[in-house]
Design a protein around this ligand. Structure first.
Ligand code: 9MR
Length: 381
């Protein structure tokens, strides 16, 4: 009887060992799989990042923070550093939230982006009242030097000027331009370089794949360079769709900007799959189509995209990243405009209240087919 139980025990023990051994390779593979991330697969190519918002900065979006740390090695503040928040009154700077944003990046060894020093949108209202060019120049200098010095050595890259161009490549008639002419551009870049000589300085805009706008950027960068200002990069925002822009147009811009001796950055990447009957592209926030709010034909995937569209999104991202990899010597950073779909600005633009799916992670913080397509590009090649 005793012998029998010993035999039974040995048998059980051996099967346990056997099963455990069998388990090992799979477990190892699982562990290996867990470590695969965007930042890991692109580590030798370019920084890969996401725009962050309040929930990441104040720590309430715990799943978002986890994903952020796992997947990305650079962050951009979606809103908190914009003029209306950081410099709401002439003599008031509000740094609390921006400090926390910068600490999030620094504490996690991320490449930290500052967005955006000079932009006509999300500007403090008092700035639109300034009509004297000397006063405007003084304010711009104070604004830029105060903020850039606050984060000297802590912010690696600054979007110095955002969206200064019209679609035809001419300069936008913002209040900055109307009061100071194009001299505000040179002033902005020079002041930023003075405040932190080691920071990378970028001109950032949307629709930079368009040939006319591309020509405008080339003029703008050349003029800055001729003036002796330091400019390190052109940020192509990359608010794109399933259908456009063409890979060829994007490629032509990458080449044209790189020929100026600056790096190309994709600073606000997302790909919308929702209807766009007006052929809108870019990110002009003043465009809004309120009359379509609640119209189900404009919001076809409120409960998730069908597989057929997920596949299209994956294919589009694959084409985009193939191009990025082809030109990785010219590209220093690719940043998504958000961590997961539920947080994308495209749920409210150009029609409020839609359910959009433009990123690599869904509302449950889970990777989509598009994520796998982008990872596979590197993993399988
Ligand atoms: O994503 C941002 C959104 O939450 C704001 O409401 C909007 C206001 O202008 O700005 C969005 O971010 C913009 C970025 O700062 C500059 N490029 C276009 C982006 C999308 O509008």
């Amino acid at each position: 009887m005793q012998k029998k139980s010993l035999e039974l025990f040995s048998l059980l023990f051996l099967s346990f060992l056997f099963i455990n051994c069998q388990d090992q390779p799979e477990k190892k593979q699982e562990n290996k799989k867990e470590k695969v991330s965007l930042q890991m697969v692109f580590k030798d190519d370019f920084y890969i990042g996401a725009a962050v918002n309040d929930g990441h900065i104040d720590g309430t979006d715990t799943l978002g923070i986890k994903l952020l740390k796992e997947q990305f090695n650079t962050i951009t503040p979606e809103n908190v550093m914009k003029w209306m928040y950081i410099h709401p009154q002439r003599d008031t700077f509000y740094f609390d939230t921006a400090d926390k944003y910068v600490a999030l990046g620094n504490d996690n060894n991320m490449h930290v982006v500052g967005h955006a020093l000079v932009w006509h949108s999300q500007l403090a209202e008092w700035m639109n009242q300034v009509k004297d060019s000397t006063e405007m120049a003084t304010i711009l200098k104070e604004h830029i030097s105060t903020i850039v010095k606050q984060y000297k050595g802590k912010i690696d890259t600054w979007d110095v000027v955002n969206e200064a161009l019209n679609e035809d490549g001419t300069l936008r008639e913002s209040n900055f331009y109307n009061v100071m002419g194009d001299s505000y551009l040179e002033l902005a870049f020079k002041e930023a370089a003075k405040a932190d000589p080691d920071a990378q300085l970028v001109y950032n805009d949307y629709n930079l794949w368009k040939p006319e706008k591309r020509a405008g950027v080339v003029r703008l960068v050349k003029k800055l360079q001729e003036s002796g200002a330091k400019i390190d990069g052109v940020g192509m925002q990359a608010h794109w769709s399933l259908l456009g822009p063409s890979i060829e147009d994007i490629e032509n811009s990458i080449i044209a900007y790189s020929e100026l001796g600056v790096k190309v950055m994709f600073t606000e990447l997302d790909v919308t799959a929702l209807p766009n009957p007006w052929d809108l592209n870019g990110a002009a926030v003043e465009q809004s189509y309120e009359q379509y709010e609640g119209d189900p034909t404009m919001n076809p995937y409120p409960n998730g995209m069908p597989d057929s569209v997920q596949i299209k999104l994956a294919e589009r991202y694959e084409d985009i990243f193939k191009l990025f990899l082809k030109h990785k010597d010219k590209i220093s950073r690719v940043t998504f405009w958000g961590v997961q779909d539920g947080q994308s600005w495209l749920n409210s633009w150009p029609i409020n209240g839609r359910t959009n799916h433009p990123l690599l992670f869904d509302r449950q913080y889970l990777p989509k087919k598009a994520y796998q397509a982008v990872i596979d590009l590197k993993e399988k090649n």
